[in-house]
Unconditional design. Structure first.
Length: 193
């Protein structure tokens, strides 16, 4: 994880970043008898909820935070679909706070099997675009495809996935930056394209 944190810190330097902690799901979404869906229920006592309350209690002002909820559908073998709901505590900053990022990563410990690891998106802006409220800002950044890169570092295995936007960064540029980190830790960089 130390290498992943170093990569995240290097690649997000001077840019707007968005990262999140996932809420623990208590009940799955259910199809209603007469159409529509009943949304999933999420915990109010898990690591993400505690982190959100900590931010509120401390009057945190180093960025913007809000809940973001979304859903997706998966096809089943039988006719029909299965709905999957997600809820995240999203944090948006102009300068990445590594201590807070680590806290969002560690919220998985109270989540049971819902652990997901570090998920961070780096944007081309250096200043957060102002919106009418925190929820609107989080929604705008969660739903845009105008980003430099996205990093997902697994908490269970020693791997990370980096998705690049070729408009802002080439694979060769990324490899050069990653070499700086691997050299620092005396590791060999292996790239699978």
């Amino acid at each position: 994880m130390e290498i992943a944190y170093s990569v995240i810190e290097l690649l997000s330097e001077g840019q707007v970043v968005l990262y999140y902690a996932r809420y623990k799901q208590l009940k799955e979404a259910k199809k209603r008898l007469f159409g529509g869906w009943k949304a999933a229920e999420f915990s109010t006592k898990d690591g993400s909820s505690k982190l959100k309350q900590q931010l509120i209690d401390n009057g945190w002002q180093d960025g913007t935070f809000a809940d973001y909820q979304s859903c997706g559908f998966k096809k089943l073998w039988l006719p029909g679909r299965y709905r999957i709901d997600w809820k995240h505590l999203c944090i948006l900053q102009e300068k990445l706070d590594m201590t807070l990022l680590r806290q969002t990563d560690f919220t998985y410990s109270s989540q049971g099997s819902d652990c997901s690891g570090v998920n961070i998106t780096v944007f081309p802006e250096t200043v957060i675009q102002k919106m009418q409220n925190n929820e609107a800002a989080i929604t705008r950044y969660m739903e845009t495809d105008d980003y430099i890169l996205s990093i997902c570092a697994d908490i269970l295995l020693s791997r990370a996935y980096i998705t690049l936007n070729p408009k802002y960064m080439s694979v060769e540029d990324l490899i050069e930056k990653l070499k700086l980190v691997t050299d620092k830790y005396h590791k060999k960089l292996e790239v699978l394209l």
